[in-house]
Write a protein that binds this ligand. Structure first.
Ligand code: NAI
Length: 468
């Protein structure tokens, strides 16, 4: 039987695309090499890391955050096995959820490695080496990304001592010390988990800032907060070697500006220096699918690759490597295949870093607006002036809104603070509708909420805040 659509990869891009296409009346098959659906995000990424981030935050809070509220607890005890079991149960509930949704939408699943044989043909080779060929009118490649490693440095991952994000989700005991290579999203999130559980964490980052590409002021504030939490952050340091002398590991780095190199030792080294698109062993070159200079699948504005009827979405194509970006592309490409006007607004994709405090952003940063020569205005409001934040002892951070100087249209929003990842969405919705800072400032916000700081930042963008 020929399918209307075969999706290769069942991560947030692929599974959402498959469900949307089925909802639009297509007969859909999904090819997945893992034994469970959900891709990196559900199995070894976003979902398990958030389970550990929450649990470790609770542990840390019980030990350090309750006393000031008048709650005296005896020193909390860590049961790491139970914490990891909670993480595993969370993953299982989510991947089972995708299986349920596939059944509900009559989507056929094929376990195995998918290969594009050309227009309309996909082969699937299962773990036993058995191959079958499926046919479809359309193919969507949603194979995601994999750990990139450090450019020009050999890293022998054993996922016990030298680990990637995957190993960092299942350490059997809390290491006394951990070096994190890369002060990006993964390094800071997973470094935070193990620091909260008691590891002495050192982050070694090439750039002069953590979270390169994020709003500079926000990144600086987060650096201050993480340092206060005991994480040692070394900036402008290029890692040139990761080795395993004895039972632990070592990291050698040198100042980017030049100078003596240093070697540090730790029980565990987490390498978090980015991810690369998964395009290997899929027959892409033979089938004629063109890649760009960075190894990503080249697509046109409608997600179509160099072959008609073969599309690609998510981490395997250009744009931020974010689950929700992939999801929205999955919906859009399903709509396009169904003859509808699928579309993704890349100017309003939020990004969240789940540290404590959280960092969230949408739209342009101040640095990007400056570089583009856009005349803009800034409004800021600190959580120290927000009543709810004071009541919860969560006053670290601020909201920053950037708007066009002439039209007042909001171009970007940046929040660092407790719950930033939830609060960012009102700015995303505002931007989706082309709203102004005045629109946001005149929208009634419930009192007392942390979100009032968003309203106040908007008020200060177009005129003056009330509570400052
Ligand atoms: P990243 O690109 O965010 O950070 C990697 C960092 O490593 C960069 O700051 C880079 O300057 C540094 N680096 C590279 N080579 C180095 C060297 N030789 N020495 C020292 N530092 C070096 O990549 P990361 O954190 O691995 O995340 C991968 C992808 O996954 C990202 O695209 C990220 O957006 C996504 N992700 C998103 C999450 C979220 O939205 N909360 C959570 C986890 C991952």
């Amino acid at each position: 039987m020929a399918y209307d659509l075969i999706v290769i990869g069942s991560g947030p891009g692929g599974y959402v695309c498959a469900i949307k296409a089925a909802q639009l009346g297509m007969k859909v098959a999904v090819v997945e090499k893992r034994s469970t659906y959900g891709g990196t995000c559900l199995n070894v990424g976003c979902i398990p890391s958030k389970a550990l981030l929450h649990a470790s935050e609770m542990f840390h809070h019980a030990a350090h955050g309750l006393d000031a509220l008048g709650v005296e607890v005896a020193s909390p005890k860590l049961n790491l096995q139970k914490m990891l079991a909670h993480k595993d149960a969370t993953v299982k509930a989510n991947v089972d959820g995708v299986s349920f949704l596939f059944k509900k939408n009559k989507i056929d699943g094929f376990q195995g490695m998918g290969k594009v044989l050309g227009q309309g043909k996909v082969s699937v080779t299962n773990d036993k080496g058995e191959e079958q060929v499926l046919e479809a009118k359309n193919i969507v490649i949603a194979t995601g990304s994999d750990v990139a490693g450090i450019p020009d440095v050999e890293v022998a991952f054993d996922e016990k001592v030298i680990i990637s994000s995957t190993g960092a989700l299942e350490l059997e005991k809390v290491p006394a010390s951990m070096i994190v290579v890369g002060g990006g999203v993964i390094g800071l999130e997973l470094g935070s988990v193990w620091a909260r559980l008691g590891a002495k964490v050192t982050v070694v980052e090439f750039l002069d800032t953590i979270l390169g590409g994020m709003d500079g002021e926000v990144a600086k504030q987060l650096q201050r907060m993480l340092t206060k939490q005991g994480i040692d952050i070394k900036l402008g340091a290029k890692v040139t070697g990761v080795a395993k002398p004895g039972s632990g590991a070592s990291v050698t780095f040198e100042p980017v500006k030049g100078g003596e190199s240093t070697t540090l030792e730790a029980d565990v080294v987490l390498v978090a220096t980015g991810r690369k698109p998964c395009t290997e062993n899929m027959g892409l070159a033979k089938a004629g699918v063109v890649l760009d200079s960075r190894g990503r699948i080249e697509i046109d504005n409608h997600f179509q690759t160099s072959i008609a009827g073969v599309y690609a979405i998510g981490d395997v194509v250009r744009g931020p490597m974010l689950a929700h970006k992939a999801e929205d592309e999955g919906v859009a490409v399903a709509e396009i295949i169904a003859g509808q006007a699928g579309h993704v607004n890349y100017d309003a994709i939020p990004g969240v870093v789940y540290t404590q405090p959280e960092v969230a952003s949408v739209g342009k940063t101040e640095e990007e607006l400056k570089a583009a020569g856009v005349a803009y205005k800034v409004g800021k409001f600190p959580f120290t002036a927000n009543g709810r934040a004071r009541a919860m002892l969560q006053t670290d951070g601020f909201v920053k809104i950037l708007a066009d100087k002439e039209t007042d249209r909001v171009l970007g929003g940046h929040i660092i603070g407790f719950g930033a990842g939830e609060m960012i969405h009102e700015i995303a919705v505002l931007m989706e509708f082309g709203g102004s800072s005045e629109d946001l400032g005149r929208t009634c916000h419930a009192h007392p909420t942390m979100s009032e700081a968003v309203k106040e930042a908007a008020l200060s963008t177009f005129f003056k805040p009330i509570h400052m």
